[in-house]
Design a protein around this ligand. Structure first.
Ligand code: ADP
Length: 494
């Protein structure tokens, strides 16, 4: 190779390094330092590459070849000056530090490499993305840890390639173990009760063979011998279509399970006592009818027998007996009707509520006439429900509208309004209204606010309420004393 060729080769190599120097993402610089004694007084940059300019937002023309006095810490006004302030101590060895450059919003690692006496190389690496990512991962881990601790959720991962198990800290806490090395699969299984272990073994087998996910509620016995109810779930993790891991978690549901268990027990007891109460109400009201009938029948027989021998006082007593028995009869009948609402097994059918209303008005025709009342209604839709219960409901509300009305011309208006799958019916009267103080008791059984002059058992609205509850609806009212009351009830259309 002659000298020209050698020169060409050298030039080519230099060009390659120059290209690399210009294009590389790392900031590269060389600098001299001038000292007085052992402390550096000033710094002069000899070369810098475009990435260095870009990272520190400086221009080579303004800094190359100039001596910058080392500023006191905190006295700098740009990232570049800050850097100079850190080039302070003489370094015999490579040194490295990471810093957040505020004004350019970047995390950079600065590496200083001694090259010759008082001559150094400097490499600047932008770590912003990595630091942000690390910070975000760190945050996520902390949040997950807090959530895990609070909700008692532990995480695990079984690696099918290395056959190793990873447990999060909370897994150890749930199993009442010291945080350390995670147990292997067999040891993990040994925490489960002998009744539940085969279920988990099966699930794990399927999960590890073909990645079948599972979610089970099982019982464990912790390292300290305490029984705990856990929910254990797992999902397969595939890489390039190959099952590589089974990842999942354990949720300590001991408290939840205990509460749920107690709640179920209470519900069962409530259901049983409701049923018993229901049966009692039915049997009592049914069986009581007979003796009441006997009392009134024999009292009437006694009156017929004694005829004119009955003095005025005895006549009055007899009336009290008959009045009392007919009141008890009414109460018993209504109690029976009340308990029958729930026992009624009639199927729901689609029917015209207008026809149902007209049936009710027909039954109340005489009463309406006697009260000199007017009953009007708008067109009514079809719904699906038990027609007999619907008629009973309307009957009770319209009857009340007539009964609790002192107007010389009682008026009752019935309307129906359809919206989003429900029909809201209203029965409006111009009666005496319901005083505000009774608002919490209106639908309670046997509660009446009217005097004895108006006949009633205090069951009408309780029955109405029960019918609506059975239909999955709602009943309420608006009332102004002396002006009238409107009862509203809402039922699903289908
Ligand atoms: P009852 O009519 O047999 O007394 P209800 O359960 O139907 O029993 O009604 C309970 C009480 O609510 C009644 O005693 C009455 O005081 C009051 N009430 C019910 N409906 C009306 C109404 N439309 N206007 C005024 N008061 C009413």
């Amino acid at each position: 190779m002659n000298k020209r060729e050698v020169d060409n080769n050298v030039n080519e190599s230099l060009q390659v390094y120059k290209d690399l120097f210009d294009k590389i993402d790392l900031g590269i610089a060389n600098f001299y330092v001038r000292r007085t004694g052992k402390s550096i007084k000033s710094v002069c940059f000899h070369v810098i590459n475009p990435s260095f300019e870009e990272l520190l937002q400086v221009e080579s023309a303004t800094i190359l070849g100039k001596w910058f006095p080392e500023k006191k810490r905190n006295a700098y006004d740009s990232p570049f000056h800050w850097l100079i302030s850190r080039l302070g101590e003489p370094r015999a060895e490579k040194s490295k530090f990471t810093h957040f450059f505020n004004s350019v919003n970047r995390w950079c690692t600065v590496e200083i490499i001694p090259l010759q006496t008082d001559y150094y190389g400097l490499i600047l690496t932008d770590e912003t993305e990595k630091v942000n990512m690390d910070t975000s991962i760190q945050h996520q881990l902390e949040v997950l840890k807090r959530v895990g601790e609070h909700l008692h959720v532990g995480g695990f991962e079984y690696d099918l390639l290395s056959h190793t198990m990873y447990w999060s800290d909370e897994m150890f806490t749930i199993h009442e173990l010291d945080i350390g090395e995670a147990p292997d699969l067999e040891q993990t299984l040994s925490f489960y009760t002998s009744a539940d272990r085969p279920k988990l073994r099966e699930a794990l087998k399927a999960g590890l063979v073909d990645g079948t996910p599972f979610d089970l509620e099982l019982e464990i016995i912790t390292a300290n011998g305490n029984k705990k109810q856990v929910r254990i779930f797992a999902q397969p993790i595939f890489r390039h279509n190959r099952l590589v891991k089974l990842g999942g978690g354990i949720l300590d549901i001991t408290v939840l399970y205990k509460n749920q268990h107690e709640l179920n027990q209470l519900n069962r007891e409530l259901e049983r006592s409701n049923k018993e109460l229901e049966e009692f109400a039915y049997v009592a009201s049914h069986d009581l009818q007979e003796p009441i009938r006997t009392i009134s029948a024999f009292t009437e027989l006694l009156v017929t027998r004694l005829g004119t021998n009955l003095d005025d006082k005895s006549q009055m007593f007899v009336e009290y007996i008959l009045g009392g028995t007919s009141k008890i009869k009414r109460m018993i009948n209504d109690l029976l009707a009340y308990s029958r609402v729930n026992t009624s097994k009639n199927p729901s059918v689609v029917f015209s509520t207008q026809t149902a209303l007209e049936n009710v008005l027909e039954l109340l025709r005489k009463k309406i006439y006697e009260h000199n009342a007017t009953v009007t209604y708008s067109s009514m839709p079809e719904i699906s429900f038990q027609q007999s219960l619907f008629e009973r409901l309307l009957m009770n509300l319209i009857d009340n509208g007539l009964k609790y009305n002192k107007s010389s011309k009682p008026k009752i208006h019935i309307e129906a309004l359809e919206s989003s799958g429900f029909v809201t019916f209203s029965v409006k009267d111009n009666g005496i209204g319901i005083p505000e103080i009774y608002k919490n008791d209106v639908f309670v059984i046997f509660k009446r606010f009217a005097g004895e002059e108006v006949q009633g058992s205090g069951m009408g609205l309780a029955i109405a309420h029960r019918i609506i509850s059975k239909g999955g609806g709602d009943i309420w009212y608006e009332s102004t004393e002396g002006e009238g009351t409107t009862f509203f009830f809402k039922l699903p259309k289908k």
